[in-house]
Design a protein around this ligand. Structure first.
Ligand code: KIV
Ligand code: ZN
Length: 512
């Protein structure tokens, strides 16, 4: 019989540590629901001690998610572990994931602790966490740069204290597949009680090898849990991409011989949702979830695929959730049809008032756009939720003028703290003029780090989805806005980013 590979998703924790990817509670709940539909085994919902907002999000997710285990990260101290336990209290199945750095560099320079102190703290943390749940995971942070003898000592001790999962972290993406896999193999061979725990891989993509390292940890090292994120979201170059590792295991079952509980048809919807909420666009040639992943441009390939699909395709697009853009609703669709489509898309709005507000927006859009696709509905709900979550700045209307040979001008009406303002600006282009107009009143002084526009569906009548990444005083935030008019979408994205800056939700990074 094939072993099962446990899929541990950390989009909401390690993914969120990516600069600008921080999410609101409602956004996290939407992603958690989608992860449950995807049937991931474990959802790492956040780091409870990071901020009151993180705590509340984990608690809400713990109360909602029934089929996946819900997990919180915690540093190896009583306060963090107690916060994690408190946030996870409503969960049907809960896990506490505690970690401490074990590499000489991290122990000496970051923790300023001796190896003996780290050893004691790791043991105490696991012992304390076990008071709240049997399901405790321990990670030696920067494991791949740690001394093997020291790792053996610490890991044997934490397993003896009751850690059920040992997650071997390649924190800085330093691993090489064969070496990383062999480290896990050696640890499992040398540690006498290693068979009392499930071994897990956790890889970062700094050298572009996160997926390869994870697979080597599974094949060579015998790991049976993989930690990953949707679209490979994560700090710096990101984490192991869930969609890549899952489809590798599934497509090459002949080689890996492992079972998964994942519903792969939910992969693309999950990818789109995470991309839309975080504003991190998916590159077109990204494996599995990129727009070109199943597109055959060359005549020879098209001809081959038409004759026999498997000449050039090793996976089927529909198996990972790609569907042709479907016209689902139109101008004449009623509230019931709209509500039913929301349900089919797995979008659960909290109150009838929210359904009404989303429906009003849908009607507005349907007046301007004859064909409404699923992607349009997802975008309008996201927009609606963003404005509900942080309402200090709110878009009202915009007019702009651009003409060859003239400097573009924009007039923007928006509300700031409930007061409606009218402002004007000029710029090098219509978006620049719009941002200048907003800044003439908002005076945020933030620096624009990224401005990107994506078409939500195909064709020139598609809505544009704009991401604006702003930085101020060391904080980085992403704002996302969508509209048929990309200048309006830009204004919405800019105001949404200002809202995030304004909310001042400070969070601790667990690894600093
Ligand atoms: O990369 C890392 O080391 C982590 C740990 C907290 C598991 O994310
Ligand atoms: Zn990590």
């Amino acid at each position: 019989m094939a072993d099962k590979l446990i899929i541990f998703d950390t989009t909401l924790r390690d993914g969120e540590q990516s600069p600008g990817a921080s999410m609101t509670k409602d956004e996290k709940i939407r992603i958690a629901r989608q992860l449950e539909r995807l049937k991931v085994d474990v959802i790492e919902a956040g780091f409870a001690a990071a901020s009151p907002g993180d705590f509340e999000s984990i608690r809400a997710i713990a109360g909602i998610i029934k089929d996946s285990t819900v997990c919180s990260l915690s540093r190896a101290n009583d306060r963090d572990i107690s916060r994690a336990a408190e946030a996870l209290a409503p969960a049907a199945r809960k896990r506490i994931h505690t970690f401490i750095a074990t590499s000489p560099l991290h122990m000496e320079k970051k923790l300023r602790m001796t190896p003996d102190q780290v050893y004691e703290q790791a043991k105490l943390a696991v012992r304390f966490a076990r008071q709240f749940t049997d399901d405790v995971e321990f990670s030696p942070e920067d494991g791949s740069r740690s001394d093997m003898d020291f790792l053996c000592r610490v890991i044997e001790a934490v397993i003896a204290e009751g850690a059920r999962t040992i997650n071997f972290a390649d924190t800085v993406g330093y691993g090489i597949p064969e070496l990383y896999g062999n480290m896990i193999k050696t640890l499992r061979e040398r540690i006498p009680n290693s068979d009392k725990a499930v071994w897990s891989v956790h890889c970062h993509n700094d050298l572009g090898m996160a997926v390869a390292n994870s697979l080597a940890g599974i094949v060579i090292g015998g790991a049976r849990q993989v930690e990953c994120t949707i679209n490979g979201l994560g700090e710096r170059a990101g984490n192991t991409a869930l969609e890549e590792v899952v489809m590798a295991i599934k497509t090459r079952k002949d080689y890996f011989n492992l079972d998964l509980s994942i519903d792969t048809t939910q992969i693309v919807p999950a990818s789109k949702l995470v991309s839309q909420i975080t504003g991190f666009a998916v590159q077109p040639n990204k494996a599995v979830v990129g727009a070109n992943a199943f597109a055959h441009a060359s005549g020879i390939h098209q001809d081959g695929v038409l004759k026999a699909r498997d000449t050039y395709e090793i996976m089927r697009a529909e198996d990972v959730g790609w569907t042709a853009n479907k016209i689902v609703l139109g101008k004449l669709s009623g509230r019931n049809a709209f509500k039913q489509r929301l349900e089919e898309l797995g979008i659960e709005l909290e109150s009838e008032a929210e359904v009404n507000a989303a429906f009003a927006r849908f009607k507005e859009l349907a007046d301007r756009k004859a064909e409404i696709f699923d992607e349009d509905i997802i975008a309008l709900v996201s927009d609606e939720q963003q404005s509900h979550d942080n309402e200090f700045f709110r878009f009202v209307s915009l007019s702009q003028h651009s003409e060859t040979g003239e400097k573009p001008r924009a007039k923007v009406v928006f509300s700031m703290g409930g007061k409606e303002l009218v402002c004007e600006g000029q710029g090098n282009g219509p978006v620049d003029a719009t941002v200048n107009a907003i800044e003439s009143q908002a005076a945020s002084g933030a620096e624009l780090l990224l401005f990107s526009v994506n078409a939500i569906t195909t064709g020139t009548q598609s809505q544009g989805e704009v991401t604006m990444r702003l930085s101020k005083a060391g904080r980085i935030v992403n704002g996302v806005g969508s509209d048929l008019d990309i200048v309006v979408a830009s204004a919405k994205a800019y105001l949404s980013a200002l809202n995030k800056l304004h909310s001042k939700a400070e969070r601790l990074n667990p690894q600093l």
